[in-house]
Design a protein around this ligand. Sequence first.
Ligand SMILES: O=C([S-])c1cc(C(=O)S)c[n+]([C@@H]2O[C@H](COP(=O)(O)O)[C@@H](O)[C@H]2O)c1
Ligand code: NI
Length: 459
Amino acid sequence: MRTLYYQCPAGISGDMNLGAMIALGVDPAVLEAELRKLPLDGWAIRFSPDARSGITGTRCDVILSHEHGDTHEHEHTHDDDAGHVHTHSHSHSHSHAHSHDEHHHQEHTHEHSHEYDDEHEHHHRTFRDIRAMIEGSALKDQVKDDAIAVFQVLAEAEGGVHGLPPEDVHFHEVGAVDSIIDMVGAAICWDLLGVDQIVCGTLELGGGTVMCAHGRMPVPAPATARLVAGLPVSLGGTNKEATTPTGAALLVGKRCQFGVQVTGVSTATGVGVGQRQDPNLANVVYVSLIDSTATVAEPNGDSQDVVWELAANIDDMTGEAVAFLCELLLEGGALDVWQTSAAFKKGRVGVIVHALAPADLVTEIEDVFFDHSSTLGVRRLVWQRTKLERQLFEVETQWGSVRVKQAMRGGKVVRLKPEYEDCQRIAREQGLSLTEFSQLLAGEIFDFGGDEVEEGDDA
Ligand SMILES: O=C([S-])c1cc(C(=O)S)c[n+]([C@@H]2O[C@H](COP(=O)(O)O)[C@@H](O)[C@H]2O)c1
Ligand code: NI
């Protein structure tokens, strides 16, 4: 299970997220090659080292060129307090394409005076258009699903604000090419990083007001406010727009879990730098990749990992039904399954069924509990586990082949255990009790020279 853990004390926006993804290790050339699978022209993407309030990280700039043959960079600075500060001396204005302030543009002056239909040239897009474009591309299915999901939640939020069905939401700024790149780019990066889930602590929204196509609006902007309803947020950490609708949609659309515990090994960290210098707080997002299945080597040669214990109280099932449940839990990938006896309320005597689950199978094993027991709830507990190094060997004995599990500590063999299934098979064949056979075998296996064989992880 690979978790992307977002810390957003200065909020999040689409470009901050992409900067963090590159800082985490995504190859910018691979990201760009994937993005080129979209039928979009007139854009380039640039990543550069930068810093905010002394915190270094990666900054993302999406550079747009006009679609009418001009090749100059389309770089605007938008200051959310001052409104649009860039100057266009030519006649068109394309307010929809101006992502404000945080959105990767720098001040510029246009000297030319061409005329064109702004709505047409800049392709104002509905959510329906954007979804069709993504669906029709050669992107991976997982990427398409995530990209559409993040646009979907944004369309629902914008639709709620403007009184439109999500399909018909007209993505003003958000429909601009740079926003599509932010959203689809995020989906590509999550896929490249092998992310299974994303988790976030408290999300800072910011404060003050912001200028956009609707005029001056409060922060959080109405779409952001809708997106974060029900989530743990903080406000007023700065008087700027900290979390944009795009940033919030990325988290919500990817079904981010807020405030939950994450355990595992931190394999990479990345800092994404926002466009704005903010005197009140470092305008960056911190993202860590946590691998819950990774094993950490300890100095003494042991290794550590994390396992989950799932448990359910069962007081109304037959012994046979409980045994069947335990079998299915093991078949479902539980590392171990055991029962403890307990007396429950109303004088009911029953069992607690415990299953030890690797981090990447917690949901599947929980499903087995719900599908095959009468329980109404499954408890979860995370354990840090120290593991001895283990090997499984096949040993040729005078009675046939026997698998033997060997545990090592500090380079020495500290346990040797023949596999029960092999022992009972041979005990039957030889007409011996299990104890008798085990004693006969003991003499042989302490001096074996077997071949290592594959074993599944177990408790
Ligand atoms: O132009 C529109 S419709 C618009 C709507 C809203 C709402 O909340 S509704 C907000 N904004 C502002 O535009 C910029 C860019 O946002 P991105 O998500 O594209 O980064 C930002 O300041 C929004 O608050 C625009
Ligand atoms: Ni809007």
